[in-house]
Write a protein that binds this ligand. Sequence first.
Ligand code: DGJ
Length: 753
Amino acid sequence: MPHARRPAPLHEHGDFSDRRDLDVTAPPTLVPAQAQSSVMAHPDRSLWCLSTPATCMILGADEAGALTQRYWGPALPATDMAQFGDVDRLRWTSTFQSPGEIEEQLPFDGGHRWGVPSLQVVFDGGVRALELAFAGADTVEYEDGHGLLVRLVDEGFGFGAALHYRVRHGTDVIERWVELRNGHSKDVRVLRADSGSWLMPDQDEYRISSVHGHWSGETQLERRTLPTGEYTLTSRHGTTGQQSNPWVMVDDGTATEEFGTVRTVALAWSGSWRLTAQRRPDGAASVTAGFGHDGLEWSLHPGDALTTPSSLGLHSEGGFGAASRSWHDYVRRHVLTHPQEDRPVLFNSWEATEFDISLEGQIALARKAADLGVELFVVDDGWFGSRTHDAAGLGDWFPNPDRFPEGLHPLVDTVRTLGMGFGIWVEPEMVNPDSDLYRANPDWVLHWPGRRRDELRNQLVLNFGRTDVRQWALRSLDDLAGAYSLDFLKWDMNRPFTQAGWPDRADNHDMVWIEHTRGVYSVMDELRRRHPGLRIEACSSGGGRVDLAIMSRTDQVWTSDNTDSLDRQTIQHGYSQLYPAVTMGAWVTEEVNALTGRRVPLDYRFHVAMAGALGIGGDLDLWSADELDRSREHIARYKAIRSTVQHGDLYRLGQAPGRDYSALEYVADRQVVLLSYDPHRSLSRAPRRLRLRGLDPAARYRDTETGTEYSGAVLMGRGLLFNEHQTLRGWNNTRFSAADYASSLLVLERLAG
Ligand code: DGJ
């Protein structure tokens, strides 16, 4: 429930500073949809103010023609804009450093600039000295907000950079992108084309938060002091990648989950990328982000334009928790195409059968899944071509004739008769050399003539920059979606680029790093246009292609191949920093995890997976009658809370998820859901009270299991006993939670009145 002003939640850990103690109001975490954004221009002073409901950014063009950021912070009265006409000259200046460079919106390689360039080009004759200068600006109207377009022009080479800004209603996120245009008669080589630079307003310290990982260990949250120098996160994989995710949050080192100013910069792009946070020795800091990694080079032929993906910035008060809630709200409101839909409980065959797919086996699983209350049955890898193992068949998108002699119809019909939707796994960007497709089209893959074609997982990457490849992929998927009225596609991508040549485009081969991604987008977009009922899950060996751009054309992602509940808690914690639960695919798999060997009880596994879009990924044939009964109960309970989990406000409570006690609280209008976890009980801290957040202090809430009623003020002030329903009584009547893997689901109903 958003409240314009509400009392600060009571502090839990007592480690707050005086400043925070005095912070008696917490900002609203969700901006009402009707809250307007605006763009205002100051006619005389070359100033523009991009206002969001709670923040604003002021830009100005100076006498030298540079466009600089003058302010980014809490909303200001419009009349204050005029006070930003003068450029601060407080920074130390010398012949060796230009003070204002870091404030520029698109610092470029040219003139007296020595910092990280957001734009770097080479003109005819090897000339690198860009001379971009302000050439005009216009406000722009969008259907759902307002925008600003600022033109920078290098007159000598007829080269232009149009800087676009958009503020949409009901969000504090500011969107930016750049359009480069070559108006010269000769090619321009582009070495770096970021979507823009964001100045981090001066503060005593800069701390940077980001997520990193690897296969089966994605989105591990890291917070570190931003070192002086240049700190770059990047993917050279051709996809978003598992090593880093394209966003950072910056605070002054004192922000907590509940308090403090946090600024985020994210990039909406699913190919290779680079984000550099720069901290100058004079204490100034900025973040620039864009597509492509270092060393790539794109040619702009005369008349050509290059449009960058969007970079997004958020200024937020209220700590990391409020920043995450603002991002979640933005994703639901402006990124996802079906945000309001509850994600179905799905069954996925991968961990159950891997490549050992048969009609009978899948039907048997489908019957068990339907009996549990599963709503969507997804056949993973192994149903097509000669794909009985991972060395053959990729690219041949027709049902394996031995396994499915009558096509998938008998399976699809059974699944539908059982009342479930039907989906399949595909990996359209890939081909096994042992496939009909590769034998017919060996040139369709990324390659350099005369160089090796290195395989990974026995597969090569199809060049989705090519029109014929895009057409083939669209046709193949369109046929499948049409033939089986598919409800769901799991779109996988299991290897990074190597030898990424595009021989037909020898004049501009590195364009493949952009055009492949654009090709994936265009096939997805057209497929969805033709099949409005189709829902897509993005997967790349788990969470290797998770970003805001892929989310605008898919409905959920496969978060990680690691389904071990403890590992998943840290992965899901990192994931939740930016992305909402509605997009986070989470399965319950075997008691002894196939990847880690860890034995985790069924309840705990369910409670961890219920924190996102729940799925079942275990081999139901091996589950006991008791396990199946308990699973049926869990699925029914999940269905009763999933709207709140998927669409509500998330509050992260407690300590390090997966390592210490923690809880996830989801708040919707009429319901509050609390998932609590304590993987290993510690005598030194049990029992705990969890103070809830985001409630209406004056409202009453009823525990739907026990009927106990509480006021919002008590729930937030005193809190609930940790794992309320699971506590045991020991010596001297001490209450404590069960030893290992204690977890619980508690549901509160907000009472009317
Ligand atoms: C990688 C995915 O992450 C898995 O879930 C599964 O779909 C396999 N690919 C299938 O090859």
